[in-house]
Design a protein around this ligand. Structure first.
Ligand SMILES: Cc1cc2nc3c(=O)[nH]c(=O)nc-3n(C[C@H](O)[C@H](O)[C@H](O)COP(=O)(O)OP(=O)(O)OC[C@H]3O[C@@H](n4cnc5c(N)ncnc54)[C@H](O)[C@@H]3O)c2cc1C
Length: 383
């Protein structure tokens, strides 16, 4: 256990791992990454749907996701990401068609191929959807899926080879400050002196910042369920992932069956969420009217995890406006894996005092939440 580091990163999910990796690429190796769990990816980063989706909004999120997606496909970590270009098909009817058309146009303006499909082309591309009755589909052939565990391990291996120490089973109980400046982190295994801390604690980022007296960023975790079916006849691993924006569900091929989500979004405390069987019923309700195969689906495994959002649903990347030395890489919402490489690159640049790549970076600054609130009672996190 080191007792001093130039930078301490708290959390070894995509936010912390990608930041440490990009610090290492910049030659900053005096870094300690602290993770409470015994393994990487115990929460959102190891339990997400692995989808790389470029058609989205708002624009800054679309841009950083597209930059991240490009890196996963052809950057240094592409071999580890094992990106598979299966494409995506976003489905909609009514008002949502017009909104998706705008998002697709914005993607096309950035050189991303997005084709609008009618009902016959939709069932031609994904025969499972025959007779589903969607007004329009948007096919992005360059979208796909990655191997999230291999990618996360590659970020951490890259950080380590640049000199970083990655410690598991090491919960941070408090970030210590003196006169509004970070001076140390207090862990379950001792104290590490530092004047720069990266708060990459996912759903726990708010409570962690509270230990340093910062309440600047109002983050909210929301639970989402995923269901994996038993293998089904005729499911090709190359089927595009399908996201039905009007009926609120998505699915993709996985292990011979389908991985599905009812796109549920329920506020949840920062704690590992349990599976609620009501959401399997909700999924069935949403699937049955549009997916004839829904009656044959048998759920083999179900899990739930937290996606954490700021009120404007954009990531929070930058220095805390109140506490000097406290740096946020949090609120990654539903695109944190896709955008991870670009987020890590931006965070590392900002930590080094540079503006960072991309013209949307200023949208992510924590100071956008207005005047910082008065200091709070500082409390350690209960172990
Ligand atoms: C069901 C679901 C599906 C998703 N699907 C996709 C998808 O298809 N594509 C996509 O791009 N994104 C997806 N996401 C979003 C993506 O998973 C997240 O944006 C991303 O993983 C967030 O990474 P993170 O590092 O911020 O958080 P986390 O992965 O939660 O990592 C934070 C880490 O900090 C640690 N930590 C917390 N407090 C402390 C402490 N006090 N001391 C030490 N360590 C601490 C935690 O143990 C945790 O490991 C999905 C999310 C969910 C929940």
């Amino acid at each position: 256990m080191r007792d001093r580091a130039e930078v301490v990163v708290i959390g070894a999910g995509f936010a912390g791992a990608a930041t440490a990796y990009h610090l290492a690429r910049r030659g900053v190796g005096d870094v300690v990454v602290l993770e409470r769990e015994p393994v990487p990816g115990a929460h959102a980063s190891g339990r997400n749907a692995a989808l790389v989706r470029r058609v989205t909004d708002p624009e800054p999120v679309r841009r950083i996701s597209a930059a991240g997606a490009a890196a996963l496909e052809s950057g240094e970590l592409a071999p580890a990401a094992r990106f598979r270009r299966i494409g995506s098909l976003l489905l909609a009817s009514g008002e949502r068609v017009r909104e998706l058309e705008c998002e697709a146009q914005a993607c096309r303006a950035d050189g991303i191929d997005v084709r609008r499909l009618g009902p016959r082309e939709i069932s031609g591309l994904v025969p499972l959807l025959s007779g589903a009755g969607h007004e329009a589909g948007f096919h992005c052939p360059s979208d796909g899926v990655v191997d999230i565990h291999s990618l996360l391990l590659a970020y951490l291996a890259g950080a380590r080879s640049g000199g970083a120490h990655v410690l598991f089973s090491t919960p941070v109980k408090a970030i210590e400050t003196r006169d509004g400046q970070v001076v140390a982190v207090v862990t379950g295994r001792g104290r590490i002196r530092t004047d720069r801390v990266v708060n990459a604690a996912g759903a726990w980022a708010g409570e962690l910042a509270g230990t340093a007296g910062s309440t600047s960023v109002p983050l909210v975790p929301y639970r989402r369920h995923l269901f994996l079916t038993a293998p089904l006849a005729g499911i090709s691993p190359d089927l595009p992932f399908v996201w039905d924006e009007s009926n609120s569900f998505y699915f993709r091929p996985e292990s011979g069956g389908l991985l599905l989500s009812p796109c549920d979004e329920e506020e949840h405390p920062a704690s590992p969420p349990a599976v609620d069987p009501r959401f399997q019923e909700l999924l069935a309700e949403r699937l049955l009217p549009v997916l004839p195969i829904a009656r044959e689906l048998r759920v083999a495994r179900a899990w739930a995890c937290l996606r954490t959002f700021a009120p404007d649903r954009m990531p929070v990347i930058g220095p805390d406006p109140r506490v000097r030395g406290l740096f946020w890489v949090a609120g990654l919402g539903g695109h944190g894996m896709t955008a991870s490489d670009a987020i890590g690159a931006l965070a590392a640049a900002r930590l080094m005092g540079e503006p960072g790549p991309g013209e949307t970076a200023e949208f992510f600054l924590p100071e956008r939440f207005g005047a910082p609130s008065p200091p709070t009672q500082i409390q350690e996190i209960a172990s």
